[in-house]
Design a protein around this ligand. Structure first.
Ligand SMILES: *Cc1c(COP(=O)(O)O)cnc(C)c1O
Length: 461
C-alpha cells in the first residue's frame, strides 16, 4: 500500500517540469510521506496550495496587516530566526521590545512610562488573557484580604466583544456578563451598568473599535458610570481597554478623545501590532497603567545579560521578528507618518461608505469615522429578493471578500456587511465600488427571490 508513495520523491516533478505527479497525493495528506522528495517538488506543492488562499488585496474582511515595504521585508528575512524568549541570546531584541511598549505607554498617556510594565504578545488575544488575569488576581487579592469569598468572579462587557474575551472567561472560569446592544444603545456606553456590576466584578472591558462596526465605545462615559456606582456602593471597578484596532489609530488621528490612561479608571490597554500597527501577523501588546497594576505573582524571571529580566507571556518560544518590524515602523513612519497613513485610510473609508450610502438600498450602521471600518444594512422594505448574504456571495465570485453577519445578541435580526479598510487606496476603492454596483444591479434586476440556502453566517470576527 505504501509502495506507491515509496518511490515518490525520487522522481523529479515530471519531464521538463511540464507535468507533475503529485495529483493523487491527497490520499496521504494526513500521513507523513515515507521518504523525502526533492525540495522543488515540496516547494511547488506548498506554494500552489498557498496560492489558492484568498488574494490579500481583495480581502476586505481582515484587520490584519498583509503588506509591508521592501526594507521591512528585508529585516524580516534577516531576523526570522530570533526567539523572543531568549533574552540572553538576543538582548537587543529584548531591549527593542521594551522600547516599543514604552513608546506605546507614552502614546497612551501612562503617568510614568519609564516605570510601568508591558510586554509584546502573539496578538491581542494573548494580551487580553494577561490583562484579564491581572484583573482577576487583583480582585482576588483584595477579596482575600477582606476575608471574602473569591469563587464567583465576573467580567462585564458588551455583547459585541471580540471572541477572545469569551475565551478568557471560559478558560479561566469567569462569568462573562454581556451587556446587550440595542437600537437605543447600539454601543456599550455605561447605560444601566449598575445592574451588571457587583462585588464579584473583576473589571469592565471597553472596546476601542468594536469588530462588528468599527465604533469606539465611550470609555470616559463608561468610567463615569463606574464613578457613580462607586459613590453609591463603594465598589471600585477597574476598566481594561481592548484597543486591538483603535489603540493604534486614535492616538494619531483622534487625539482629542480621552480613552486611554488619561481616564483614571483605565488600568490596562491592549493592542494588535498586526492590525493598525501595520506589522505582519503575530504581534500584540499590553501595557499596565503602573507597575502596581500587574500582580507580582504573574511575573517570571528569565536570565538576561547575567541578571534577570521579568517576563510574562503564555507562550515560551515565539518569533521576535515582528517586534523588530514594529520598531522599524515606529522609526520609519514616526508619529506624523502613522497619522498620515491612518488619515488617508480613514478618508478612503469615509469616501467608500459615503458612496455606498448614496446608492439607495443601504443604510450605514457606521461610516468609518472611528477606526476605518464601516458596516451597512439593507434598508427595510428595499427588497425581498435578496439579502446581504447574496451580495456577499456575488462579490466573492469577483474575488472580493466582504462578509455579511448578524449583529450580536438582542440585535441578531439585523444583518450587516462590513469593510475593513487597511492602508486604503482610492484606486482600489473605485475598483471595488464598480464591482459592488454591478452586483447590486444584478440582484436588483432579479424577478423573484433567491432561494434561501443558509441561515446566519459562520463568520468569525
Ligand atoms: C482582533 C481583535 C481581537 C483579537 O486580536 P488578535 O490580535 O487577532 O488576537 C480582540 N479584540 C478586538 C476588539 C479585536 O478587533
Amino acid at each position: 500500500m505504501a509502495s506507491a508513495r515509496d518511490d515518490r520523491g525520487t522522481e523529479p516533478s515530471g519531464p521538463h517540469g511540464f507535468t507533475n505527479d503529485f495529483d493523487d497525493f491527497s490520499e496521504s495528506w494526513f500521513r507523513i510521506p515515507r521518504g523525502p522528495m526533492p525540495p522543488q517538488m515540496a516547494y511547488e506543492i506548498v506554494h500552489e496550495e498557498a496560492m489558492l488562499d484568498g488574494n490579500a488585496r481583495l480581502n476586505l474582511a481582515t484587520f490584519v496587516g498583509t503588506w509591508m515595504d521592501e526594507h521591512a521585508n528585508r529585516l524580516y528575512a534577516e531576523t526570522f530566526d530570533k526567539n523572543m524568549i531568549d533574552k540572553d541570546e538576543y538582548p537587543k531584541t529584548a531591549e527593542i521590545e521594551t522600547r516599543c511598549w514604552r513608546i506605546l505607554a507614552d502614546l497612551w498617556h501612562a503617568p510614568d512610562p519609564e516605570s510601568t510594565i508591558g510586554t509584546s504578545t502573539i496578538g491581542s488575544s494573548e494580551a487580553a488573557m494577561l490583562a484579564g488575569l491581572a484583573l482577576m488576581r487583583r480582585w482576588r487579592a483584595r477579596r482575600r484580604e477582606a476575608g471574602l469569598p473569591t469563587d464567583r468572579p465576573n467580567l462585564v462587557m458588551s455583547a459585541a466583544v471580540q471572541v477572545c474575551w469569551e475565551k478568557f472567561c471560559n478558560y479561566w472560569d469567569i462569568e462573562a456578563r454581556l451587556v446587550p446592544v440595542s437600537l437605543a444603545h447600539p454601543t456599550f456606553d455605561g447605560h444601566d451598568l449598575a445592574s451588571y456590576v457587583d462585588e464579584n466584578t473583576i473589571g469592565v472591558v471597553a472596546i476601542m473599535g468594536v469588530t462588528y462596526t468599527g465604533a469606539y465605545e465611550p470609555v470616559a462615559d463608561i468610567a463615569r458610570a463606574l464613578d457613580r456606582i462607586q459613590e453609591d456602593t463603594g465598589l471600585d471597578v477597574p476598566v481594561h481597554v481592548d484597543g486591538a484596532s483603535g489603540a493604534m489609530v486614535a492616538p494619531f488621528i483622534q487625539p482629542e478623545i480621552a480613552w486611554d490612561f488619561q481616564v483614571d479608571r483605565v488600568v490596562s490597554i491592549n493592542t494588535s501590532g498586526h492590525k493598525y500597527g501595520l506589522v505582519y501577523p503575530g504581534l500584540g501588546w499590553v501595557v499596565w497603567r503602573t507597575r502596581d497594576h500587574l500582580p507580582d505573582d504573574m511575573i517570571f524571571s528569565v536570565s538576561y545579560l547575567g541578571g534577570d529580566m521579568p517576563t510574562l507571556a503564555l507562550n515560551f518560544s515565539r518569533p521576535g521578528a515582528q517586534v523588530l518590524l514594529q520598531y522599524y515602523l515606529f522609526l520609519r513612519l514616526g508619529f506624523e507618518g502613522y497619522r498620515a497613513v491612518h488619515q488617508h485610510t480613514q478618508d478612503v473609508a469615509l469616501f467608500t461608505s459615503g458612496e455606498i450610502a448614496r446608492m439607495g438600498p443601504f443604510e450605514l450602521v457606521s461610516d468609518g469615522g472611528d477606526i476605518p471600518v464601516f458596516a451597512w444594512r439593507l434598508k427595510d422594505g428595499h427588497t425581498d429578493n435578496w439579502t446581504l448574504y447574496n451580495l456577499s456571495d456575488k462579490l466573492r465570485a469577483r474575488g472580493w471578500q466582504v462578509p455579511a453577519y448578524p449583529l450580536p445578541e438582542d440585535m441578531q435580526d439585523v444583518t450587516v456587511q462590513r469593510i475593513v479598510v487597511r492602508r486604503g487606496r482610492r484606486v482600489a476603492a473605485r475598483d471595488f465600488l464598480k464591482d459592488f454596483r454591478a452586483c447590486v444591479e444584478y440582484l436588483d434586476g432579479l424577478s423573484g427571490p433567491i432561494p434561501v440556502e443558509r441561515e446566519g453566517s459562520g463568520f468569525h470576527h
